[in-house]
Design a protein around this ligand. Structure first.
Ligand SMILES: Nc1ncnc2c1ncn2[C@@H]1O[C@H](COP(=O)(O)OP(=O)(O)OP(=O)(O)O)[C@@H](O)[C@H]1O
Length: 703
């Protein structure tokens, strides 16, 4: 059943030495195998070996942000490729499933029992009796409060062909249950006045598709009607497709109806600040759009639409030095409607916490771009929610709405848009979803939008065509020496000096405020695919720092110097600083006035409400310089100009991280100009590789 050149224990050690797995993966496997020895029979030794191997593979899989380990991957030698080639599992999928379901450490939900598996009571009792050990390495108090694992007795679960850690299994099934439950909730009554206001907010626009002559659907109106009538609405779309505009109109509609407690949140402080700004701007636009209708609707009630957004952590109530939040299922949030922006950044455990804390009557609206990078931690919740809308290859569009017949009819009546062409016999949670596909920011022929679309579609020839079209807003720097005799990196550093010069000069002018300086700094950012190496964040930060020093724009003699940008790497709830927050070290004019001495250096951060938070540099939690940052950390932010850096010769491990979602996210952070330092091959390879996260959530939501 298992053939290995070394005992698995030794094999894991050698993988650890080769850094193919982490020490945590090996220790996790050893500990679990020690407590949960499979039943004793003539195969017990090979069963133990198999169990040990599978535990290590599962732990490795979780560290790669998957939420489970599909059994077929074990057999394909997949998650560990060259590693598993050193040992082989010689049984069929069905045999392996049947075998695993007999292991006392692996629970099997009743509806997921492999048909040919033996009944549980055939397992010798002495092995069952050993299983009185902790569920996993999660502290027990958190297990209890989350409502996770209370009734579970095995550390692992085998369900629908995948192996889970009990904790992740509970997260996934409970998130799926809650989302499905919310999606079923429908508000039947729609007062006539609301219908009238909906029509004013979205006037009839009798456009036709130029190619097909079919009417163009007003998906923003359909999304608004969905969110008004459903307890769960997921409104997705790329940058500038009108998500904020739509949700502002929706909130206006809702505040006309009733007094509701509405909360706006985003995963990071930066994203929350941007949501606030977007809602404010959207309200201003809406106010002028509605001015002609002042006789029929109360335009002033727009002031009831909230515009302050906070982070998810703040909403849930952080408890210092604890992984728990103040709000959970036994102490739910006090709100009627929750809007979560940048939902693609929300990982599975966080989504679980959020849904657990939602009161029974509340409505939930998730906003985000399903094509962006998945969350930094485990899972790809938004992508899984949208997975059921993926069109099959025969269709020209990438996505296809999927409504139940009854709800399509209702939405058609409410919005005046004919949705009969989008009815599905198996709509899953499709009634709650709405995808906005037309970008109002990147007009049809704009280079950034074209490139983003080509990358998103992994369209190799179109990608090259866009790069070669001579768009002013796109600029390519080849890694190798250019006609000027400089390397691509030297060219990028020279350009970075030009871009960063503006904020550093502004910082030297006495009348400049920290807000002006930070906003000027935020005009440009270098985004790296990697952290380490010459072309990673570390190398590029060093390079820019040296180049700025040479240009006499900074004097980095000390650790903290005026103009040094810093990015926070961990949460400090007492200071109110969170992972990913970015600030600038600047002289604090207030200390100068107070003490009549040289101004003290302080780190300055823009808060979600637009105010400035000042922190003594010595008190900063762990942080890094931020002339360059990773694409991952840039999610939820936008810059006027972006330069993306791809590695020159990516290693095998780096290649796995270079995905089209990463490139797409970097491109769409740029509002006006996008530069790429790379090689054509690496850009293409990355654009053709889609992120794969193993998870059963999509299946649970759509089947
Ligand atoms: N139906 C529309 N017609 C014309 N312009 C629109 C429409 N909807 C949105 N816009 C404009 O497009 C721009 C982007 O809209 P909005 O901020 O709502 O998009 P978004 O999807 O929230 O963007 P992001 O993902 O970047 O936050 C705004 O200037 C807005 O006024």
């Amino acid at each position: 059943m298992i053939q290995s050149r070394l005992p698995i224990k030794n094999l894991l050690k050698s993988w650890e030495t080769e850094r193919l797995i982490t020490p945590l993966d090996r220790h996790f496997a050893l500990e679990l195998a020690e407590f949960h020895r499979p039943q004793l029979n003539q195969h017990s030794e090979s069963h133990n070996e198999l169990f040990l191997l599978i535990c290590a593979l599962l732990s490795h899989q979780l560290s790669q942000q998957h939420t489970c380990l599909p059994i077929e991957q074990i057999l394909l030698n997949n998650p560990m490729n060259e590693q598993t080639a050193q040992c082989e599992i010689t049984c069929s999928h069905a045999e392996l499933m049947a075998l695993l379901s007999q292991f006392s450490a692996i629970g099997v939900p009743l509806d997921s029992m492999p048909q040919n598996s033996l009944p549980r009571d055939s397992v010798p009792q002495e092995s069952v009796a050993q299983d009185n050990v902790p569920l996993d390495n999660v502290p027990q108090e958190s297990v209890a409060q989350d409502g996770v694992a209370e009734n579970s007795s095995t550390p692992l679960v085998l369900d629908q062909g995948s192996l889970y850690l009990q904790r992740y299994y509970q997260f996934e099934t409970q998130v799926a249950d809650k989302l499905r439950h919310l999606a079923q909730g429908e508000i039947q009554e729609l007062p006539t006045a609301t219908q009238d206001t909906l029509n004013i907010l979205f006037p009839h626009n009798p456009q036709k598709n130029a190619a097909t002559e079919s009417p163009v659907h007003d998906w923003q109106k359909i999304a608004t009607a969905t969110a008004f009538t459903k307890r769960l609405a997921v409104i997705t779309g790329g940058p500038g497709t009108g998500k904020t505009t739509t949700v502002t109109k929706l909130l206006f509609l809702m505040t006309q109806e009733a007094e509701l407690i509405i909360k706006l949140v985003a995963p990071t402080g930066k994203a929350a600040a941007r949501l606030s700004e977007s809602i404010k701007a959207s309200k201003v636009r809406l106010k002028s759009e509605l001015a002609p209708f002042a006789d029929s609707i109360d335009v002033n009630s727009l002031s009831r639409v909230p515009e302050e957004a906070s982070t998810l952590h703040r909403l849930l109530g952080v408890i210092p030095n604890s992984p728990q939040f103040r709000h959970h299922k036994d102490n739910p949030l006090r709100l009627d409607l929750l809007v979560v922006d940048e939902a693609s950044m929300v990982d599975l455990p966080m989504m679980h916490k959020l849904l657990s804390a939602l009161p029974d009557h509340a409505r939930l609206i998730l906003l985000g771009d399903q094509d962006q990078l998945a969350s930094v931690e485990a899972g790809a919740v938004l992508a899984d929610i949208c997975a059921g809308l993926k069109a099959d290859k025969s269709q020209s569009a990438k996505w296809q709405m999927r409504y139940s017949a009854a709800y399509a009819q209702r939405l058609s009546q409410l919005t005046g848009n004919d949705l009969s062409g989008f009815i599905s016999a198996s709509p899953g949670i499709g009634d709650s979803l709405c995808m906005l596909m037309h970008s109002h920011r990147f007009k049809g022929d704009a280079g950034i939008g074209q490139l983003a679309t080509a990358v998103n579609n992994s369209d190799k020839s179109r990608i090259m065509e866009v790069w070669q079209s001579g768009y002013d807003e796109l600029y390519w720097i080849e890694h190798q020496k250019t006609h000027t005799g400089n390397t691509g990196l030297e060219l990028l550093l020279a350009q970075s000096v030009d871009h960063y010069r503006a904020y550093l000069e502004l910082a030297n002018q006495p009348q400049s405020t920290p807000l002006d300086i930070i906003e000027c700094y935020n005009e440009f950012r270098i985004l790296c695919a990697m952290r380490a190496g010459e072309y990673g964040v570390d190398g590029i930060n060093q390079g820019v720092r040296d180049a700025l020093k040479q240009a006499k724009l900074i004097s980095p003699e000390h650790e903290f110097y005026p103009g040094r940008p810093v990015i926070i790497q961990s949460n400090d709830y007492n200071l109110g600083l969170f992972n990913g927050d970015i600030g600038l070290i600047l002289p604090d004019s207030a200390t100068q006035q107070a003490t009549h001495s040289a101004p003290r250096l302080m780190a300055h951060f823009i808060q979600a409400d637009g105010s400035i938070l000042k922190v003594l540099p010595a008190r900063l939690p762990s942080h890094d310089t931020c002339f360059a940052m990773t694409v991952h950390k840039s999610q939820g932010s936008e810059f006027s100009k972006v330069a993306m850096v791809l590695p020159l010769w990516p290693s095998q491990a780096q290649k796995q991280l270079l995905t089209k979602e990463l490139v797409y996210t970097a491109i769409t952070r740029a509002k006006h100009h996008f530069t790429c330092l790379g090689s054509q091959t690496v850009f293409e390879q990355a654009s053709l590789q889609a992120t794969k996260r193993s998870s059963g959530l999509a299946r649970r939501l759509w089947n």
